[in-house]
Design a protein around this ligand. Structure first.
Ligand code: CA
Length: 361
């Protein structure tokens, strides 16, 4: 029993030495222990302890070496991986730098400078614009006022000149005709009565001459009227243009209700337009496109009885759109034209307008 106890005691001591003080098993045994007689027993026990240690496979040094070499191998592997990652990163960085370098144009600096110069000059221009525009507008307004005044003055003078010219021309021609007639009558009186045949011929000749004179007078009168009409239109209605056989003004920018459209055309020297025939309707429609315009046609006095505003005559050309006139809304008594066809529309709506120069239609 005692030997068993001693054995187990040694085992416990040895185990504790193996766990925490491994170095003492591989090193020299302490001298102070060897010197004491009691502890000389230890020397006898050592081989046994060594045997137990070997049996227990408590090879501390070997284990430590193995652990160290494993750690070294692991560290080496990690270092290798880190190195390869570093190499890869360096190559990627190099590649990116190359790409960046290639993507920047060679003349980048110069272009930047040019752009800065342009920007500066644009800013200068922008600064100058507002004051310049105001001055120009002001000058244009002044010129326009002065031109308007000049035009008015010229108009008055020209009209006075025309009034003076017409009667003088006519009086002159009438006087000449009277003189010729008198001289012819005198000549006729001098011719003896037995020259009836000659008288007949003379009468015929006189008639021919009169007819000829009348024709020439009519032609010249018509030419004069045409010239007057053209001048009058050019001076009084400069905005009107020839469409077909008549003059029209198309207001495509501003919109008016129907009553205002009527008064606006009067202010422009014309009348809100109606349509003479289908040919004229097509010619006007071609000018208007798809926009909506008032015509001078309405049935306000009697439903369905459409009257031209300018002449007061019944409208001859009513090219209705399918389903129109529908008298759909309250006050749909005024006629608009859209894309060549007509529609009855509330007169209070605001549309573009067309004026005609005459009030015959
Ligand atoms: Ca309608």
């Amino acid at each position: 029993m005692i030997s068993l106890r001693i054995f187990f005691s040694f085992v416990i001591i040895f185990a504790s030495l193996c766990g925490s003080q491994t170095k003492s098993l591989d090193g020299d045994f302490p001298k102070n222990i060897i010197k004491t007689p009691v502890k000389e027993q230890w020397l006898k026990i050592f081989p046994f302890l060594d045997y137990i240690a070997k049996q227990s496979k408590c090879y501390v040094s070997e284990d430590l070496q193995k652990t160290q070499s494993a750690i070294q191998e692991d560290n080496q592997g990690r270092l290798t991986r880190i190195e390869s990652q570093q190499t890869e990163l360096q190559e990627n960085l190099k590649f990116l730098l190359e790409r960046l370098k290639n993507s920047i144009p060679e003349d980048f600096g110069e272009r930047l400078v040019r752009m800065e110069d342009r920007q500066t000059s644009l800013q200068e221009i922008l600064k100058n614009i507002p004051s310049d525009i105001e001055e120009r507008l002001s000058r244009m307004e002044d010129r326009q006022k002065s031109l308007g005044a000049q035009l008015e003055a010229r108009l008055v003078v020209e009209l006075q000149a025309i009034r003076k010219t017409i009667p003088e021309n006519f009086e002159e021609r009438l006087a000449k005709m009277e003189v010729q007639q008198i001289s012819l009558q005198d000549a006729l009186k001098k011719i003896p009565g037995d020259f009836g045949e000659r008288m007949d011929r003379l009468e015929e000749h006189e008639n021919d001459m009169q007819k000829d004179l009348q024709t020439r007078m009519d032609t010249q009168k018509a030419a004069l009227e045409d010239a007057l009409s053209t001048n009058f239109t050019r001076v009084v209605r400069p905005k009107f243009e020839q469409i077909g056989s008549r003059l029209f003004y198309i207001e495509s920018k501003r919109i008016y209700n129907w009553n205002d459209a009527v008064s606006t055309c009067r202010e422009l020297g014309g009348y809100i337009a109606s349509v003479k025939d289908k040919e004229e309707l097509d010619a006007i429609a071609e000018k208007l496109g798809k926009k909506r315009y008032w015509l001078g046609i309405n049935d306000r006095a009697s439903k369905g009885n459409y009257i031209n505003e300018a002449s007061g005559k019944k409208s001859e050309v009513l090219n209705w759109r399918n389903g129109e006139p529908n008298h759909g809304l309250d006050g749909e008594n005024c006629v608009e034209i859209v894309g060549g066809v007509m529609n009855d529309e509330p007169c209070s709506n605001e549309l573009r307008l067309i004026c005609q120069s005459d009030n015959e239609v």
